[in-house]
Design a protein around this ligand. Structure first.
Ligand SMILES: [Fe+2]
Length: 373
């Protein structure tokens, strides 16, 4: 994760100049903390189905490894059945200081992680602060590496420069979420997807903080703001190195009796081939292969119609599931979503050029285009 910089003028790894003090490209999804009571199911899911390495720290703490990092997933016993924390790896102390200055400068409180918290997450030192939807954000620079290779049913997971995958959130305040990650990490918009599901228009914004097409995806319904998902995270994604790894994970998940939410398909925007499994905590887990890598010199954000080129068909969703989702959605109308206003600011609204229906995709957002909020 080496970057170069000239005095008073930052240069990205690809050689393109960025605004002074930008941290874009120096931020990588590092680990996730999941709170669950279902440790045994999670161990089967993570090790036997997805194909990761597991280390049991004690009866109430389980870790999954995907690479040389000692921790990529920390599972702690607790009632949430959800992702509670997102850990971000920053390239160096300079980047760390810039990010923390932004948080503190906005008046948002930060807390130094305890030695025990750092040890459990496999990092040398971390700082914590509030994030959107009540998901704590943590930043660190130095992961603890485990020299012993991970013992896995997957040949390799793709991590490195692009981080360990991505996280997808549903939100009733997508502009606030974009504002938050823009202030914090200089996140860039990769593209939009508009999808109509059961007559409801879903708009998804894809944000990147490095060469990975997106580290955060933010989905919302258009018009009436509904959040039909119980968990704070709708799904998370890990990327496997080989097509056989993805097929193997799919077969094992089905054989072991875990639910498949969406069958294998290919996404329109990052072209990733993937499927979605149901985790023991209820949110979804996407296993993907071969997404494109963003070239900053040529990338232009567009709007895609529909999440998939092919496949990703829902598996086994019942009428009861749909009714339950609708009930949760109605609840979101009276539930206030946490946005960390000092960092979200006024938020960033969506702008896309009006496009002829036959064109299939819109052009890059520029002033004068129609705001879709
Ligand atoms: Fe995804």
């Amino acid at each position: 994760m080496s970057t170069t910089s000239l005095p008073g003028h930052d240069v990205e790894p690809d050689g393109l100049p960025t605004p002074p003090a930008s941290v874009f490209g120096r931020v990588h999804l590092g680990y996730l903390v999941i709170e669950t009571q279902r440790m045994t199911d999670w161990r089967r899911f993570g090790v036997d189905a997805v194909g990761m390495h597991a280390d049991e720290l004690d009866r109430d703490t389980l870790r999954f490894r995907m690479d040389e990092h000692a921790c990529r997933f920390l599972l702690e016993r607790g009632p949430a059945e959800d992702v509670t924390t997102i850990g971000w790896q920053l390239d160096d102390h300079d980047t760390f200081d810039r990010v923390i200055d932004r948080v503190r400068g906005a008046g948002v409180p930060t807390a130094e992680g305890t030695a025990e918290q750092a040890a459990r997450r496999g990092v040398e030192r971390l700082l914590r602060f509030p994030g959107p939807k009540g998901i704590t954000q943590e930043v660190f620079t130095r992961p603890v590496l485990d020299e012993a290779p991970p013992v896995m049913r997957t040949s390799r997971f793709v991590t490195g420069e692009g981080g360990m995958g991505h996280v997808a959130l549903t939100s009733t305040n997508p502009a606030g979420l974009r504002g938050y990650y823009d202030t914090l990490f200089d996140a860039r918009l990769s593209d939009y997807i508009d999808e109509t599901i059961s007559g409801v228009i879903l708009k998804i914004r894809f944000l990147r903080v490095n060469e990975r097409h997106h580290s955060i995806a933010v989905a919302s319904t258009q018009g009436v703001r509904l959040d039909p998902i119980r968990t704070r995270v709708q799904h998370l994604n890990v990327q496997v190195a080989e097509l056989d790894d993805m097929v193997g994970a799919y077969q094992r998940i089905k054989e072991l009796g875990f639910g498949v939410a969406l069958a294998v398909g290919q996404h329109t925007n990052d072209r990733e081939l993937s499927f979605y499994a149901q985790t023991p905590s209820g949110f979804e887990w996407e296993v993907g292969w071969n997404p494109l890598v963003v070239d900053e010199k040529t990338w232009e954000p567009v709007t895609h119609r529909g999440i998939s080129v092919w496949g990703h068909t829902p598996v086994g969703q019942t009428v009861i599931d749909k009714l339950n989702q609708f009930r949760l959605g109605l609840g979101s109308l009276i539930r206030e979503e946490e946005v960390v206003l000092p960092l979200a600011g006024a938020g960033i609204e969506d702008y896309v050029r009006e496009v002829a229906p036959s064109a299939g995709r819109a052009q890059p957002g520029r002033p004068g285009f129609t705001g879709l909020g």
